[in-house]
Design a protein around this ligand. Sequence first.
Ligand code: NAD
Length: 368
Amino acid sequence: MVSEVLNTNELHKIDPVFGQLSFDNHEQIVFCNDKDSGLKAIIGIHNTVLGPALGGTRMWQYNNEWEALNDVLRLSRGMSFKAAITGLNLGGGKAVIIGDAKTQKTPELMKRFGAFVHSLSGKYITAEDVGMETSDMDLVREVTPYVTGISESKGGAGNPSPITAYGVFMGMKAAAKYKFGTDALEGKSVIVQGIGHVGETLVDHLTKEGAKVIITDINEERLEIVSSKYGAEIYRGNDIYSEAVDIYAPCALGATINDETVNKIQAKVIAGAANNQLANEKLHGQILQDKGIVYAPDFLINAGGIINVYAELEKYGKTEIMSKTENIYNTTLEILNNADVNKTSTHQAALNIAQGRIDARKKENSNR
Ligand code: NAD
């Protein structure tokens, strides 16, 4: 048999989609290609039990197509749980566009992408993610109504990143309350990894609260700008994971908590915006738990953005957006306590509750 000949690393090449490690019973995966604009994109629809699959579009220069496929599979799955844990009637979906957002993103490409989104008739609703701006969503809006995160001047809720940052700040405060007995972050050292749209606003909240903020980014120019604006210290060492800080806030890309880093981490709390921070959610989530590091589940505390874009669909205003986002504090505390009681990792506790909501709705739907 073929599987006896090949090792597990090679099996995914035989079953390139349904056999991917990140495949988790996704409902639909759509490959989009347009020669004229150079568009190569993948839309992942993980689960639509709670509602249409909503999730942002990421444009990234992946090393290969396997990486892009795995990213969209992981990200879309995360969106199902994010919507479920936040109590929104949305399913989980996400899209990736393969390419360099700085040099290859054109209005034609964005509109072609929008046409593919439109062809799904609302089963998938897009928004912005890494490599996207509100103005890109405005272009998508020209060809389909199935897009959120458009400009306020065009009737949208605007850039979701500041709300995401506020939710992360709330989740971080809850995790601090759990670990340190107080949610005041004054005097706490916080390393923010990635000071883009979300990271910078998080730095702003932390600075205002009197935290000692240390920043790191691969973009030197941003480091200088954010450092001089907020007085944050630029990290100049070569291993942020071994830094003895109170809090580590991953706000760049995912999987930074992995086999190489997990045992080095000195922070007492991990709370950040990046999606899929745990390279292996079971293994690394449990190691953090065993080490007594309080991990605030990413899909729970970075839900501010989806709360913001959901407002465009449900037509609720800023006050409700802020109160729903502030509630991330309470949900985080509940999950951290739940993990303690059930002797499981915080990530698993959040997943169990989210999956429970999806299962209950599925049962309700089938009884109709
Ligand atoms: P962004 O592209 O604006 O910022 C990302 C920053 O990380 C950039 O400044 C980039 O230079 C930096 N970076 C990339 N690789 C790095 C590395 N190895 N080390 C240090 N810095 C690195 O993206 P964003 O919108 O701020 O989102 C940040 C993260 O939060 C992403 O994982 C995104 O999926 C997640 N997220 C964002 C939102 C949102 O509303 N924007 C919502 C939920 C989750």
